[in-house]
Structures are given as C-alpha cells and as structure tokens.
Design a protein around this ligand. Sequence first.
Ligand SMILES: [Zn+2]
Length: 207
Amino acid sequence: MDLVTGNIGWIEVICGPMFSGKSEELIRRLRRAMIARKRVQVFKPSLDDRYARDEIVSHGEMRMPSEVIRGAAEILDKLDWRTEVIGIDEANFLGPGLIPVASRLADSGKQVIAAGLDTDYLGRPFAPIPELLALAESITKTLAICMRCGNPAKHTQRLVASDELIVVGAAGMYEARCRRCFEPGIPKQEMFDFARPPSRGDAAPET
Ligand SMILES: [Zn+2]
C-alpha cells in the first residue's frame, strides 16, 4: 500500500532480506512524495558505507541524496521541522532508539517511511524492525530470489564466517536464500573448504 497521498502522520515499513529491493521501494515512494510537492528528508546510518556517504543507493543503482546519522536521535537534531516525509534506509542498524523517534515523528504529523532487514544472518527477528512493524500503519515485506533454487527468498545468507551481528557488505558476502535453502550459521566457506587438510581428530579411524 502506498500512503503518500494522505496528510496525517504515520509509519510505513519496508522490510525483507538483502537483495529484495527495499531501497528501490523506499526511493520510489520518496520520489512520489516529491512529485506531490512534499518536503522530504532522507537519513541513513553511517554504518552503511557500502556505496556512498551522502546518498542512499540500491543494489540496482537507484540513488537519492541522504543525510548520514550515527544514531536515531540525530534524526531529530537534523530534522527541518517543515519536512513532511522522512525516509530512513537501513533502519535495522539504528537500534531500539528508532522506536521513540519514529513514534514521535508520526505523532507530530510526519510521514515516516523506514526500510530495513527484518531478520539477521541467523534468521532471527532483527531489532528494532519487529517492534516498528507492530507500530506501523503500513507494512510491505519484500522478497528476494533464492540464489540456490530460484524460489522467493526471505533470508539473508551470510557467506563469510563471523559471529558478529553486523558485518557490512554486499555481493560476495551475502546472498538471498529461501526457507529451504537457508543455512543459518553455516558459512559457505566451511562447506567448500577443500584446501584445509583434515586434522587428526577428524580423520577416520584406521582399521
Ligand atoms: Zn532456495
């Protein structure tokens, strides 16, 4: 649903795995708001420096100027109070502080459109997006295409070994997987590590 034609405050969330078109959808909605002559400001966390510092860029190379923030509270600091529509990309990186900020903005008549990952690399709900979904007027779940089998994909498969919740990267470090092909906690390198000689503990017992 596209709510941009209304004139009261609300929260819209676009969520899904990586490579599912979240940023494209965010940019599309913000452009529609601009066409409707609404004042728009776009924010993204500084953590996401994959492509560019002062713009949001989708994997499909759509781009839009944005302001870099280090935390959710900085949205309030940098907000021009004449702004009517506030876009937030990579909202999952902003932590629990996003909830009161988004609520306050919506309560004061602003239209908040946030895009972010709804699950992490282990398939767990990725705070604060689940809570934001509960508070939102409109939710869009975008699906990617599974890189293994071509089915609709809701998971972000991490391909590099790391226990960190956040490892910023794009192609080569992550790929989309469907429910059937998703392998939480099993990086691909582990499966295709032919080079590593078996340690003594792994060797089959000799008979
Ligand atoms: Zn699959």
